[in-house]
Design a protein around this ligand. Structure first.
Ligand SMILES: NC(=O)C1=CN([C@@H]2O[C@H](COP(=O)(O)OP(=O)(O)OC[C@H]3O[C@@H](n4cnc5c(N)ncnc54)[C@H](OP(=O)(O)O)[C@@H]3O)[C@@H](O)[C@H]2O)C=CC1
Ligand SMILES: CC(=O)N[C@@H](CCC(=O)OP(=O)(O)O)C(=O)O
Length: 349
């Protein structure tokens, strides 16, 4: 008898969904039993994604919670914000475990959600129920739970880069500036003029200044860690590359700390965590060094001249920023090794 976990993917025709399919080819405990599309049910996924020819043979299913529940135990919702908020309640009611990749369940305060996402918020009880799945920080809370809200791509790179120094009280949390850059796949597959080749190639542009929906997510987590409200300055920029996020963070140092001390602090914090790699002093990570993998790589430069600490954190937005982190959460939910199916060496060059 096949004892594998049966998994369904809603939004399987998007970048996040397609990455889930790729990683599940190497997962020993999982079987994909339903790939779901709201616009192409009945078609073969290889029609739109020929690289999946002979990988997924079953046709795309439609979005019907009861049908999904008859085929699967756990469902990933890799759907746009607003869609997840409407869909997830019926999936939970149908008895499925759910991991949502959108921003719909990350913010605990529905009023804050509506202010930043501009959609009606999910119910307060569902927001309460959703566990914020940042495994390196909240891994113990994820274990055994039924409903996980996967962190945002920028918040993943940023928070993993900031939390150890903030928690240790070495970074002044009132002075944090975050300068973040993303490859174009971060915007999803749905085309917009901004992501048109002629608009983004040979171009580098800032967007959503002081309005980005990931600002309250970063502030919520940092506020929980410090026990006091935190505000950050956060700038997002689109870079003409396919994948990757680099988040560069600046904050005033509290006390004198050398790069060596900071590296040691971070290595201790992430000691038993398979996916955070801390660079030696004077070596800073680049996006290519994590490409296609679930790693988050972090480097530092403490500056005694200015009294500030610069932190550089890189991830692949589609993997550690989305699908890889979602699988990491599934592994923890199910009580499996955190890195099961995820031990992919980055693609280089
Ligand atoms: N791209 C990234 O780097 C990251 C994305 N995210 C978040 O993950 C989610 C998925 O992102 P991504 O894969 O990039 O997005 P895409 O735009 O590439 O894909 C979204 C998919 O959702 C499906 N969809 C759209 N409307 C509905 C609906 N009403 N019901 C069911 N399915 C629907 C579409 O497929 P179909 O038309 O076939 O149904 C589409 O393929 C988003 O919320 C995004 O914000 C989070 C972190 C990083
Ligand atoms: C490059 C690019 O456009 N990136 C997107 C990432 C959005 C995202 O992932 O959305 P949620 O995490 O909120 O679901 C953006 O900046 O809005």
């Amino acid at each position: 008898m096949n004892n594998k976990l049966k998994v369904a993917i809603v939004g399987s025709t998007g970048y996040g969904g397609v990455e889930l399919i790729r990683f599940f080819q190497n997962h020993p405990q999982v079987e994909i039993t339903s790939v779901i599309s709201s616009s192409s049910s009945g078609e073969s996924i290889a029609d739109g994604f020929p690289h999946l020819t002979d990988v997924i043979l079953r046709p795309l299913d439609g979005v019907d919670p009861a049908e999904i529940a008859s085929r699967a135990d756990l469902v990933f919702t890799a759907t746009p914000s607003g869609v997840s908020a409407k869909l997830v309640p019926s999936l939970l009611e149908a008895g499925l475990k759910v991991i949502d990749l959108s921003g719909d369940f990350r913010l605990k305060d529905g009023t804050v959600y509506e202010e930043w996402y501009k959609h009606p918020a999910p119910s307060a009880s569902l927001l309460e129920q959703a566990v914020y799945g940042m495994a390196e920080v909240y891994g113990d809370e994820v274990k055994g739970k039924n409903f996980i809200s996967n962190p945002g791509c920028y918040p993943t790179a940023t928070l993993l880069g900031l939390i150890p120094a903030v928690e240790a009280g070495w970074n002044d949390s009132t002075s944090i500036i975050i300068d973040a850059k993303s490859g174009v796949s971060g915007a999803g597959r749905g085309t917009s003029l901004t992501n048109h080749y002629a608009e983004m190639n040979e171009n580098f542009k800032a967007y959503k200044l002081n309005k980005h929906q990931h600002i309250p997510e970063i502030e919520q987590v940092l506020g929980n860690i410090t026990g006091t409200p935190v505000t950050v300055t956060f700038t997002t920029q689109l870079v003409p590359m396919t994948r990757g996020i680099m988040s560069t963070m600046y904050a005033n140092l509290i006390g004198e700390h050398s790069d060596r001390e900071i590296v040691d602090l971070y290595r201790k914090y992430y000691e038993n965590r398979p996916f955070v790699r801390v660079r030696e002093p004077g070596i800073w990570p680049s996006t290519k060094e994590v490409y296609g993998s679930n790693y988050c790589d972090i480097g530092f430069a403490a500056d005694p001249r200015t009294g500030r600490l610069t932190i550089i954190s890189v991830i692949d937005n589609l993997v550690k920023g989305a699908s890889g982190q979602a699988i990491q959460n599934m592994n923890l939910m199910m009580g499996w090794e955190e890195n099961l199916g995820l031990n992919m060496t980055p693609v280089y060059p």
